[in-house]
Design a protein around this ligand. Structure first.
Ligand code: TXA
Ligand code: MG
Length: 338
C-alpha cells in the first residue's frame, strides 16, 4: 500500500515524478488525451507493475511515450518514410504509430508482439516529465482495467489511490479520448480512431489510410485482432446503455416515457426537453466537446445508480468517429433509430 500523493504539474511535481520513474516506480501523469499510468518502458519489472496495478490482461501491449523524436530510432527497427511524414505532421500530438520493434524493447512492454506502439504527447508537462526521466515511458490509460479512461486527476485518485506513490494533477485533459492508433507495420491502417482522423492521415501521406472494421463493429467470432486491445470490452457501464439515433425531440419522447431509474446521456441544451435525470456530454454536432466530456459523463452515470441509460448518438462523420467508437463500445454496439 502506498500513501498516494497528488502534486501539481509544476517543477516540484515534475521533478518528483521523474525521480520515481528513474527508480522503477509507476506514476499517473496527465497527457492531452487521457491520464497515463507511466513507468520505464525498458524495465520489465516496472512494466509488470503497470499490468498489476491496472489489472490489465497480460497480452495487451502498452504504448511507449517519448519527449523527443531522437528517442524513437532505438525503439523500432526502422523509421519508415510514412512514419516520418506522420511524425512531421502530427507529433507532438494524439497519434500513436506502430512499427516493428527493436531488441531494446522488452517483450513484456509489447506483450510478446514484434511491433511497438510509440507516441509523442503534446502535453507540455508530460513531455517535461519524460525528458527529465531520460527514459522512454510506457503508459496505458491510468484507469483500472474495465473502467472509463481518466480525464482528470480525481479519476486517477478514485481508481489508483493506495496502489501507486504519485499522481500528477494537470487539470482536465483537452482531447478527452485516447490517441488515434495507426499501424505502419504493413499498409497503413487505423486500429483505434481518435482526434487525428483517417482523412487527416491520408492527406498527410498522399494515399488512402484504411480503418479497421472493429472501429464501428464488434469483432467476428474467431477473428484474430490486429490489436489485442480490440478484443476486450474496454468499459461496460453498470447500467445497460442504448445509443439512440434521433432528434432531441424524439429522444425526449422515449426518455420521458421510460421507467423510473432510466437516465439520459444527452447533449448540452437538450435538458429543457427532458423530465428524467440526465447528464450531458458536450454539444450536439461538436465531436471535440463530446470527446472531452464523454468519459467523465460515463463515470458519473456509474455513480448515479442508473439502471437503464438512453444516450444521444454522436454524428457518424469522420471527425466524430473517435467518440462514436467509445460510445458504441459502452453500448455493446446496441443502437436504435427513431
Ligand atoms: O492516448 C493514449 O494513447 C493513452 C495516453 C496515456 O497516451 N494511452 C492509451 O494506452 O490509451 P492504452 O494501453 O489504454 O491503449 C493502447 C492500445 C491498446 O488497444 C493496445 O492493444 C494497442 O494500443 N497497442 C499497443 N501496442 C500495440 C502493438 N504493438 N500492436 C497493436 N496494438 C497495440
Ligand atoms: Mg486504456
Amino acid at each position: 500500500m502506498y500513501d498516494t500523493k497528488v502534486l501539481q504539474c509544476n517543477s516540484e511535481g515534475i521533478e518528483k515524478a521523474a525521480e520515481l520513474l528513474k527508480v522503477g516506480e509507476t506514476v499517473a501523469i496527465p497527457t492531452e488525451t487521457v491520464y497515463g499510468l507511466a513507468a520505464n518502458a525498458l524495465d520489465e519489472k516496472a512494466v509488470k507493475r503497470i499490468f498489476e496495478v491496472k489489472g490489465r490482461p497480460q497480452d495487451n501491449p502498452l504504448i511507449v511515450h517519448i519527449s523527443d523524436i531522437s528517442m524513437w530510432g532505438k525503439l523500432v527497427k526502422e523509421i519508415t518514410p510514412d512514419a516520418l511524414k506522420l511524425a512531421e505532421s502530427f507529433w507532438p500530438g494524439p497519434l500513436t504509430m506502430i512499427l516493428p520493434k527493436s531488441d531494446l524493447v522488452p517483450d513484456t512492454t509489447t506483450a510478446g508482439m514484434d511491433s511497438v506502439a510509440v507516441r509523442m504527447p503534446s502535453h507540455e508537462g508530460a513531455r517535461t516529465i519524460i525528458a527529465a526521466s531520460g527514459l522512454p515511458i510506457a503508459a496505458p490509460s491510468a484507469n483500472l482495467s474495465g473502467l472509463p479512461s481518466p480525464t482528470s486527476a480525481e479519476h486517477c485518485v478514485k481508481d489508483l489511490s493506495g496502489k501507486i506513490p504519485l499522481i500528477i494533477d494537470g487539470g482536465h485533459c483537452t482531447v478527452g479520448i485516447e490517441s488515434t492508433v495507426v499501424s505502419l507495420s504493413g499498409e497503413p491502417i487505423v486500429l483505434r480512431p481518435g482526434a487525428i482522423t483517417p482523412e487527416m492521415l491520408s492527406a498527410a501521406l498522399g494515399k488512402e489510410v484504411g480503418i479497421s472494421h472493429t472501429a464501428v463493429e464488434p469483432m467476428a467470432a474467431g477473428e484474430k485482432p490486429l490489436s489485442p486491445g480490440m478484443k476486450y470490452r474496454h468499459y461496460a457501464p453498470k447500467a445497460k446503455l442504448v445509443l439512440v439515433e434521433s432528434t432531441a425531440e424524439a429522444f425526449a419522447e422515449l426518455l420521458n416515457n421510460s421507467p423510473e431509474g432510466t437516465y439520459g446521456l444527452i447533449f448540452e441544451n437538450d435538458s429543457k426537453l427532458m423530465t428524467r435525470p440526465c447528464i450531458a456530454y458536450g454539444k450536439e454536432h461538436d465531436a471535440e466537446s463530446q470527446a472531452r466530456e464523454v468519459f467523465a459523463a460515463l463515470r458519473e452515470l456509474d455513480d448515479s445508480g442508473a439502471q437503464l441509460i438512453y444516450a444521444r448518438c454522436p454524428d457518424r462523420d469522420e471527425a466524430s468517429l473517435g467518440v462514436f467508437n467509445r460510445m458504441l463500445r459502452a453500448a455493446a454496439f446496441e443502437v436504435i433509430k427513431l
